[in-house]
Ligand binder design. Structure first.
Ligand SMILES: O=C(O)c1ccccc1N[C@@H]1O[C@H](COP(=O)(O)O)[C@@H](O)[C@H]1O
Length: 235
């Protein structure tokens, strides 16, 4: 199943634009340094508006237990996105504590970075492959930077989940299915079609590529992004 996520929404109008365009997931950022940060009241109101219309994603960066508890209570997300340096153990603990599926973001700059997928395959429900931020970046994501999508074209099966079913079916590390993956990093309405074609992935996420300036989403760009992604998935 293909998926389109619009992240960093912070006004009722742009949230409505994402929902009307048919986004499958809408993301709310809780990271004080980000121009997309929502306070708890705004996050709660937007999340309520989206309930039942798209999956609501709460984006956190290395959250403490207290922050996790407070934001989950307010925003009541369907899914938690972890965009910091969370270890596989911490991801598993957050999944268990929140009772929510977790998407773990991994920074990708070169082929070797893909090896980290394996370490998270049992702890995370989905892995978000995002561009590695520059060394001096203020944010761990949302930088509008793309990576080389062709790195994903031949992602080996060994990244798949070693479930008992896989073992019973005689699947080896080389033949297991891949975990659920999502692509992000510098996608735009103009590039998302090519990114889907080259990467072969069926799920995409965008933030700054549908903005007129940092933190300000553009309703026309949101609609164009969802349209372009759908067209590429159908091709
Ligand atoms: O968007 C942010 O401000 C942000 C802050 C902290 C961590 C992640 C953030 N955004 C996520 O980064 C990727 C890529 O964004 P972009 O399309 O390149 O702008 C995406 O998942 C955002 O949700």
């Amino acid at each position: 199943m293909s998926l389109v996520k619009i992240c960093g929404l912070r006004t009722p109008e742009t949230l409505e634009a994402a929902l009307a365009a048919g986004a499958d997931m809408v993301g709310f950022v809780r990271f004080a340094r980000s121009p997309r940060h929502v306070d708890l009241e705004l996050g709660r109101a937007l999340s309520r508006e989206a309930a039942g219309r798209a999956r609501r994603v709460l984006l956190l960066v290395d959250p403490t237990d207290g922050e996790l508890d407070e934001t989950i209570r307010a925003i009541e997300p369907d899914l938690v996105q972890l965009h910091g340096g969370e270890s596989p153990e911490r991801v598993a603990a957050i999944r268990s504590a929140t009772g929510r599926p977790v998407m773990k973001a991994l920074p990708i700059g070169e082929r070797a970075d893909l090896a980290r997928i394996d370490a998270y395959r049992d702890a995370a429900d989905r892995i978000l492959l995002d561009a590695k931020p520059p060394k001096d970046a203020a944010l761990p994501g949302g930088n509008g930077i793309a990576f080389d999508w062709s790195l994903l074209g031949d992602l080996p099966g060994r990244a798949g989940s070693a479930t008992p079913l896989c073992a019973a079916l005689g699947m080896t590390a080389a033949t297991r299915p891949r975990p659920d993956l999502m692509l992000s990093g510098g996608l735009t309405p103009e590039t998302v079609g090519e990114a889907i074609r080259i990467s072969g992935l069926a799920a995409v996420d965008v933030s700054s590529g549908v903005e007129s300036r940092p933190g300000e989403k553009d309703t026309a760009k949101i609609a164009a992004f969802v349209r372009a992604a759908r067209a590429a998935f159908a091709a």
